[in-house]
Design a protein around this ligand. Structure first.
Ligand code: AMP
Length: 421
């Protein structure tokens, strides 16, 4: 049998219910915070990601699904959404009327990582991006929006980690101090980190290998190298978060995996996911819009991992039960089935969930089906009922049974269900 591709995943109905709950909760909260939805495509020119994410990042070096299409153009299945949102902002001149655009998008991303629990090759993110604002207020509002969503989803151990990665003025000094430090510890670092040291030294700081973590415990921190503007910005964000009553840890190791980040960076972790503990991450990317050919506009955003979030939400039982089946029609004999079908369709069209057995089944097996579907009511109709013009309606919870006239039955049922709502 043909199976799905390694690292890919089916979202089965039970889980999809949780996803839908998360997505609609997010869309509602984001609207309250003034964010509008945008839906960029899942494929882009490979160059967009090479340029934005950075040539020497894990994503671009090892993880992108890039291929030549039939005319030889290099195409990539997007590994993240920020670059696409920025491209759309520039391409459609969304900045023309008002440079401030607060956008969100939800959809699949693709990275050819080593598959494991909580890490997939197609995964989904909820992204929020605020373009055109440099004031620290937006950093705080965006973080508040993220924490509000997690709170609304009853994630009670979300830990906010905060750092600043400075800007093109101050980061080079930090980088050279860090490289100097790493050189002095080279013999204690893993082979990957030795390789990273020259190409992407910041990444050494978030290596998970125990030896590397010990060796870099006293590594220089970016926050000690911030220029005046970056320092003021960072302090202002911290003061705003304090004012909002949001708890955070300053995490000097948190460097994020993409080159475009500047200034404020953050990650949210939870203890409920084992090794893959990050549910969301984000930060400022003040230089990206300009770097991709747009105006000099600052921006900040975040991405939440839907698979990981759904896993916790499912544990938390924060998902309201779905409406369920209003009426199951148990029909005996072909004539009754024809009637049942017409009533069912009428109810379905009118916004009620009605079900029936499409094949010839015994009454016992149909009632079992009604129970399995947790139907609120069951209507029982056979030749005798058609003859007498009265069918039996059973309340499945109380087991009370009443007679109900067959003529105009759909209308009577609709009225009854409406009264019960
Ligand atoms: P990133 O875009 O790498 O900053 O990731 C943001 C969030 O997306 C992470 O915190 C994870 O929750 C989620 N994520 C990233 N990569 C994967 C993956 N391969 N599988 C599942 N979730 C992922």
């Amino acid at each position: 049998m043909l199976q799905l591709i390694k690292g890919f995943k089916d979202i089965l109905p039970e889980e999809a219910r949780v996803w839908r709950h998360i997505e609609s909760t997010a869309a509602g909260i984001f609207a309250d915070f003034g964010f509008s939805e945008i839906r960029p495509p899942v494929m882009e020119k490979a160059a967009l990601f090479q340029k934005s994410i950075g040539e020497h990042t894990d994503i671009v070096e090892k993880e992108m699904y890039t291929f030549a299409d039939r005319t030889g153009d290099m195409i990539t299945l997007r590994p993240e959404a920020t670059a696409s949102v920025v491209r759309a902002y520039i391409q459609h001149k969304l900045y023309a009327g008002d440079p401030v655009q607060k956008l969100f998008t939800i959809g699949p991303m693709f990275r050819r990582e080593r598959p494991q629990k909580g890490r997939y090759r197609q995964f989904h993110q909820i992204n929020a991006e605020a373009l055109g604002i440099s004031a620290p207020y937006i950093d705080a509002q965006l973080i508040l929006m993220l924490m509000t969503l997690l709170d609304r989803l009853l994630i009670n151990d979300a830990n906010l980690h905060l750092n600043s990665l400075g800007c093109r003025e101050c980061r080079p000094d930090f980088k050279s101090a860090l490289v100097g430090f790493l050189k002095s510890k080279q013999s204690a670092l893993c082979a990957d980190c030795v390789r990273r040291m020259d190409r992407n030294p910041l990444r050494v700081l978030d290596c998970k290998v125990e030896g590397c973590r010990n060796a870099t415990a006293d590594a220089p921190a970016m926050t000690d190298f911030l220029c005046n503007d970056c320092r003021d910005h960072f302090n202002a964000v911290i003061a705003l978060l304090d004012g909002l009553g949001l708890a955070y840890d300053i995490d000097k190791r948190m460097v994020r995996g993409l080159d475009y980040y500047t200034r404020t960076t953050f990650e949210v972790q939870t203890g409920k996911l084992g090794a893959q503990s990050a549910i969301a991450g984000g930060g400022r990317y003040d230089e990206l819009v300009n770097m991709l050919g747009g105006p000099d506009q600052p921006a900040i955003g975040f991405a939440i991992g839907l698979e990981r979030l759904a896993e916790i939400v499912a544990q938390e039982e924060a998902v309201p039960a779905t409406g369920g089946v209003d009426l199951f029609i148990a029909a005996l004999g072909e004539k009754s089935r024809e009637k049942a079908f017409a009533w069912m369709c009428e109810l379905n069209k009118s916004g009620f969930c009605a079900e029936m057995a499409f094949e010839d089944r015994s009454l016992k097996s149909q009632m079992k089906m009604a129970n399995r579907l947790s139907a609120a009511h069951a209507l029982i109709v056979g030749d005798a009922e058609l003859e007498s013009g009265q069918a039996q309606l059973r309340n499945m919870a109380t087991k009370d049974q009443q007679e109900i006239a067959i003529s105009n039955l759909a209308e009577t049922i609709k009225q009854m269900l409406n009264n019960n709502k």
